[in-house]
Design a protein around this ligand. Structure first.
Ligand code: ZN
Length: 359
């Protein structure tokens, strides 16, 4: 079968190769891959920044945003049948307190593995094998939009973190801000609108294509090249109750405690691998955090419940804003064009590798 792999920690090493078709055991499911979405992590793995091959292997098959169809089931499989459509979760547990409690997204020791990223092959191959408990069944009506479920699960967890820490008080959030309008930012804005919140998006552009998506959603957009992030609450005439930070920039993350309103919550999700240093008004940040009872919480990866809620929310978004989710998918390539696909990511919202395109 065709598979797309890198030599981890080697720049631009991605290539398509032939691999043996996988065999599946009694407790495993064979999945035929239809689509795989690419994200910044795949790009960074290709740039040699991240990535770890399994065991003593030289290559890592990449890809963690999958959508496929069950093609074979082992004798012990109970909940899945041939023809079911599935999305696979990404992280696999170690033996820490949280992993043993079924929350590997909260892993304490950090010895988890992640398919397509850390110590396990990913889904950018014609077939993969997985245990039932890491597969999430998706309805046929969702069609190929199911390929968005993995990034949706990451946004779901970030929102769940906000609401779960806010159980500390009586709280009725009205206005949310999402910083960053990449695919994750746009998805998060959708999910927050679905929960009935007014939503502000910010980035450093006036992209017309994204502006149409945001206006269809009823999101108010600000270009932070034209307005300072700190001035937005005054411009809106109201305070911001939730900020979900998804720019990938620690500069923006560092501003969020100054922008958030009273009794507010900031969720940080950007993975910033550099070693940037900036000067901060720490008295002001501290004062605001204390006097406003604010909280900042970090969020990464997703729990199974986030995937499950994600399935329901994708269906709800599809029904409420028909055609909107489709607009997030702006390019698709056959597996042979992986190089082109990775290089096209900066000018796209979501790029897919489509195994049904015959080269
Ligand atoms: Zn763990």
């Amino acid at each position: 079968m065709k598979a797309i792999a890198v030599v981890p920690k080697t720049k631009n090493s991605v290539s398509i190769l032939d691999m043996a078709n996988p065999n599946f055991k009694e407790n495993e499911v064979l999945v035929k891959v239809n689509l795989v979405g690419l994200d910044g992590t795949d790009k960074e793995i290709d740039e040699g920044i991240y990535g770890e091959a399994p065991g003593d292997e030289r290559l890592l098959v990449i890809g963690h945003e999958s959508f496929g169809e069950v093609e074979g089931t082992g004798g012990n499989i109970k909940s899945l049948n041939i023809g079911d459509r599935v999305v696979a979760m990404v992280r696999r547990p170690d033996d820490c307190l949280n992993c043993l409690a079924g929350e590997s997204d909260m892993c304490l020791k950090g010895n988890y593995t992640e398919r397509g990223i850390k110590g396990r092959h990913g889904y950018l191959s014609e077939y993969y094998v997985e245990e039932e408990k890491y597969l999430v069944k998706v309805p046929h009506e969702l069609g190929e939009l199911a390929v968005l479920l993995e990034p949706v699960s990451v946004a779901e967890k970030a929102i769940r973190m906000a609401f779960s820490v806010q159980k500390r008080m009586a709280w009725e959030p009205k206005l949310a801000m999402v910083t960053g309008t990449g695919s994750l930012g746009l998805i998060t804005a959708m999910l927050l609108r679905l929960r009935g919140l007014d939503v502000i998006s910010v980035d450093r552009s006036d992209d017309e294509y994204k502006a149409k998506i945001l206006s269809q959603l009823g999101v108010t957009h600000f270009n932070t090249k034209k307005i300072n992030l700190r001035d937005i609450p005054e411009k809106m005439g109201r305070q911001i109750d939730i900020i979900i930070e998804e720019t990938g920039s620690s500069n923006v993350a560092a501003e969020t405690p100054i922008v958030i309103g009273t009794n507010g919550v900031v969720v940080l999700t950007s993975i910033t691998g550099g070693d940037k240093k900036i000067e901060r008004p720490v008295d002001l940040v501290n004062l605001k955090m204390v006097l406003q009872n604010n909280t900042i919480v970090g969020s990464v990866n997703a729990h199974r419940q986030d995937f499950e809620r994600g399935v329901n929310d994708l269906m709800a978004v599809k029904e409420r804003w028909p055609g909107l989710l489709e607009k997030l998918i702006t390019a698709r390539y056959p597996p042979e064009d992986i190089r082109k696909a990775l290089d096209s990511m900066s000018e796209n919202i979501k790029v897919l590798i489509d195994f049904s395109i015959k080269n």
